[in-house]
Design a protein around this ligand. Structure first.
Ligand code: GNR
Ligand code: NI
Length: 169
């Protein structure tokens, strides 16, 4: 298992649109297990392939307290959303140290292939529903800070560029 480097905002590669996975084979299973290792190593609850510079529709998630309920979602599609949306504080491994409110559906149903290639529908609410929506945005090239005001987003961008410059020194 490999720990993969995570792209940091404002890297332009975070805005690439991911392509569907054609076959759930060993290549995809290796990528999924490397992404899970990377997510656990970074103490995240989710990771989209986009964040490790792979532009394919694959996300991994684990919202469990004990970090022992890994989910692999391949070619995920939202098939139902609740009527209600609510504001939740979000963070992102690609925007370290930044947390702010984003409106998300309270509940979603998602159809996806698992790591065996079996089609499943996951009925999600709470943190899992938020995380699924956050990860599916990554696959569309969208980072949560794009929901914030231009003023906030520009402040975040400047802060990230400064942090990256200082970490290279
Ligand atoms: O680790 C993460 N925590 C989190 C908290 C609130 C809403 C969304 C998330 S996802 C994030 C990991 C990540 O960046 N996934 O893309
Ligand atoms: Ni993220």
């Amino acid at each position: 298992m490999a720990i993969l480097p995570i792209l940091c905002y404002p890297d332009p590669r975070l805005h690439k649109v991911a392509q569907p996975i054609q076959a759930v084979d060993d290549r995809v299973r290796t990528l999924a297990s490397d992404m899970l290792a990377t997510m656990y190593d970074a103490h995240g609850i989710g990771l989209a392939a986009t964040q490790v510079d792979v532009h394919e529709r694959l996300v991994v998630i684990d919202v469990s307290e004990e970090r022992n309920e890994p989910l692999v979602l391949i070619n995920p599609e939202i098939v139902w959303t609740s009527a209600e949306k609510h504001l939740n504080d979000e963070g992102c491994l690609s925007v370290p140290g930044i947390y702010d409110g984003v409106e998300r559906f309270d509940a979603v149903h998602v159809r996806a292939l698992d790591d065996k290639g079996t089609s499943r529908v996951i009925e999600a609410d709470g943190l899992l529903a938020v995380c699924i929506q956050h990860e599916m945005d990554h696959l569309m090239g969208k980072v949560f800070v794009e929901y914030l005001s231009p003023l906030k987003r520009n402040r975040i961008k400047t802060k990230m560029i400064k942090q990256q410059r200082e970490s290279r020194e």
